[in-house]
Design a protein around this ligand. Structure first.
Ligand code: BMA
Length: 330
């Protein structure tokens, strides 16, 4: 029995033990990618996507670039977290009264259940990229909520519960293009509508180059006895474009703007052909995790090369020990 993750058991989540001969803290699913080019008629590429436990199975919100190249969100369902049944058409967002409220473009969703409602954040168009917010109870009807932050901003990630009586949202202020900078900030709200008390959390940089240009929060923070476990992406710039890798940090349990530890080295960087080759080469972009508190198992869902969806695994105690031993705060 593992006691590090503070949360529910999820015995049916995808899992594979670390392969023999592998010493990595994070290892890839042997069945990767779980979604490849053109998985449904209306989507050319399904990647940076979010999946959550739903009715003893799984459901999610998926970034799908349509066959005109435009980024859109589709809902999907899964019995095993591996075989994904995408809905044939994009999510039709509505207002509370049921009237249509379509998105312009929408990408990089995160989903979290808070008190029986699933909240969705994504990169939304407010005459420039910003954080979108909406909610669903059944992954069939999706209701839009006010945008929590003004442009330009991306990578909005909501905490799974209030901390000190306030909802918390991580974000990464950006520019209107491909943003050659970026730090992670934290905002708080009493009601998921009014946001303020913005605080700095983490910067790009450090002794390694993999997170030298910019960083952004990834999956919903995982509550552990050691603090909030946050996976994030780090980006380096090369002659051939940006390279996106995965790292992790532990944030203070009561004051998550405070970073306790963060990885000096990446946990996963593009190496496999589905990560190094595709629409945008050399991208591993995590947007969701499934965790089993009983065993400490963690499955990370990440977009690969802006083309397909993949899974990687890690074990919470080994990971936390690694983060502490490999930590660099700057
Ligand atoms: C970022 C976002 C991601 C994408 C990444 C690499 O700015 O647009 O959706 O995966 O670039 O192209």
């Amino acid at each position: 029995m593992n006691t590090t993750i503070i949360g529910s058991t999820l015995a049916n989540m995808p899992w594979e033990d670390r392969p023999a001969g592998c010493n990595d803290i994070m290892w890839r699913f042997s069945g990767n990618p779980i979604l490849d080019w053109n998985p449904i008629p209306k989507a050319a590429r399904v990647y940076n996507s979010a999946i959550v436990p739903f009715q003893n199975k799984f459901a999610g919100v998926f970034r799908a670039d349509q066959k005109n190249g435009r980024a859109t969100l589709f809902a999907g369902f899964s019995k095993d977290g591996i075989n994904i049944e995408l809905q044939p058409d994009p999510i039709a967002w509505v207002n509370e009264d049921g009237s249509p409220n379509p998105t312009s473009y929408a990408y990089d969703p995160r989903v979290v259940e808070v008190d029986g409602t699933f909240y969705v954040n994504w990169c939304d168009d407010m005459h420039g990229p910003s954080i979108g917010m909406g909610k669903t109870k059944d992954f069939r009807t999706f209701i839009r909520m006010p945008n929590p932050l003004m442009p330009y901003n991306r990578n909005g990630v909501l905490f799974p519960r209030k901390v000190n009586g306030k909802y918390l949202l991580l974000s990464r202020p950006s520019d209107s293009g491909h943003t050659p900078f970026g730090n992670i900030y934290l905002s708080e709200s009493p009601d998921l509508v009014h946001w303020g008390q913005h605080q700095f959390v983490m910067a790009n940089g450090g002794s390694g180059w993999w997170q030298g240009m910019k960083i952004g929060a990834g999956p919903i923070p995982i509550e552990t006895t050691e603090g909030w476990l946050l996976f994030y992406h780090g980006v380096s710039n090369t002659c051939n474009g940006y390279v996106y890798s995965i790292g992790a940090a532990l944030l203070d349990p009561d004051d998550p703007a405070k970073v306790l530890y963060r990885t000096r080295d990446y946990l996963l960087t593009p190496e496999k052909s589905y990560e190094t080759t595709g629409f945008v080469p050399n991208v591993a972009f995590p947007c969701a995790s499934l965790v089993d508190a009983a065993t400490g198992r963690i499955a990370i869902y990440y977009g690969a090369a802006d083309t397909c969806t993949a899974i990687a695994f890690t074990q919470v105690d080994e990971l936390i020990e690694y983060i502490k031993n490999d930590s660099e705060i700057f």
